[in-house]
Design a protein around this ligand. Structure first.
Ligand SMILES: NC(=O)c1ccc[n+]([C@@H]2O[C@H](COP(=O)([O-])OP(=O)(O)OC[C@H]3O[C@@H](n4cnc5c(N)ncnc54)[C@H](OP(=O)(O)O)[C@@H]3O)[C@@H](O)[C@H]2O)c1
Length: 325
């Protein structure tokens, strides 16, 4: 089968479409023909593999491979079709359309997953492109808002509201009954309003901290703020929730867990099938939209990475496998 492989860290052109071995499934696994995957900000960080792109250097580098990626096929989420099932598989059958996470390795024509793994059926109303765009941004946004203990009636500020996590976070915070202020640049104001934000602040024109408003939760999806800067914009017992953090913020998480009423919260999102199902239901009910910025054929993966790593995509960037015989 074909796969995009990353045999060394570097610029987008390190990604090469190559022939690799097709996975062989075990009795409790399914084989999935991938129709669509995404290029996430996380994929671009791993591909670059630099001290700047990877938080927790050098621990992160040891985990993913010091000199070259230990797992050369990148890609975290997918939507596709089951083409083979193991003898013990009960939940899925050949021909089922599914979507989910794969840890790493979805830039491939075929992937294998445990049937009990993080995958679920794709509703017919959803395209493969839409379904592939749910796991990374949707599940992460949901997980971080839950870490922030979001409840109805709260004032919630989403910083970086136009990215993959941000577009989901705005909509989910509204779904949970919060009053949502979204921060993005001028070009994305209309997009973010269309997702339901009650107020939008253009960060190129105004610093939200200067407004004098107070929030129960400030969720920074893109790692562009600091606790010392936003602390005054948090209410008493307010939570500063971070999708991107470094050693300094770990120290702040520990420190604020013991002292003071304002807390710093972060963590790593796990791959949770219940969250996937929850988001799927919201989308089916029309309560959540998937934002797709661009869609590239798989042979243009380097162009897609180049675009994503500029850090200004709107929602998600999708890769599609071309029609195969
Ligand atoms: N901890 C975890 O488990 C976890 C899980 C998932 C993701 N993450 C991390 O979360 C981060 C966000 O991921 P993502 O996929 O949502 O990113 P993304 O889609 O690449 O974010 C792009 C968006 O960020 C906005 N942005 C850029 N600079 C900004 C600034 N200075 N102020 C406000 N907004 C700004 C851009 O809007 P403009 O064009 O308007 O500037 C753009 O729409 C990544 O670093 C990812 O690695 C962490």
């Amino acid at each position: 089968m074909k796969a995009v492989v990353c045999e060394r860290y570097g610029a987008p052109d390190v990604l090469q479409l190559k022939e690799v071995e097709k996975p062989v499934i075990a009795d409790n696994e399914v084989l999935i023909k991938v129709h669509a995957t995404t290029v996430s900000s996380g994929d671009a960080r791993i591909r670059r593999g630099t001290r700047e792109s990877l938080p927790f250097w050098p621990i992160s580098k040891m985990a993913i491979g010091f000199h070259k990626p230990r797992k050369p096929i990148l890609g975290m989420d997918f939507a596709g079709e089951i083409v083979e099932v193991g003898n013990e598989v009960k939940r899925f059958k050949i021909g089922d359309h599914v979507f989910g996470f794969c840890g790493q390795g979805t830039y491939a024509e075929y992937i294998r997953l445990f049937e009990e793994g993080p995958l679920t059926h794709k509703p017919p109303s959803m395209t493969f492109e839409e379904a592939a765009s749910i796991p990374f941004g949707g599940c992460s946004a949901l997980d971080f808002l839950r870490k922030g203990k979001i409840t109805s009636g709260q004032n919630v500020l989403i910083y970086g509201a136009s990215g993959s996590l941000g577009t989901y976070a705005v909509q989910l915070a509204k779904y949970f009954g919060a009053d949502v202020t979204a921060v993005c640049s001028s070009t994305n104001v209309e997009l973010v309003k269309s997702l339901g934000a009650d107020a939008v602040i253009d960060y190129t024109k105004e610093d939200f901290v200067e407004r004098g408003e107070r929030y129960d939760i400030i969720f920074d999806t893109v790692g562009k703020t600091t606790f010392s800067r936003v602390k005054d914009a948090l209410k008493q017992n307010g939570l500063y929730v971070l999708a991107v953090f470094h050693y300094r913020e770990i120290f702040q998480m520990i420190w604020t867990s013991k002292i003071g009423s304002k807390k710093v919260i972060g963590g790593i999102t796990d791959e949770n099938v219940d969250d996937l199902r929850f988001l799927k239901k919201l989308i089916e009910k029309g309560k959540l939209k998937v934002v797709i910025d661009r869609c590239y054929p798989i042979h243009q993966i380097a162009e897609a990475h180049e675009y994503v790593e500029q850090g200004h995509k709107k929602g998600n960037v999708v890769m599609k496998w071309e029609e195969r015989s």
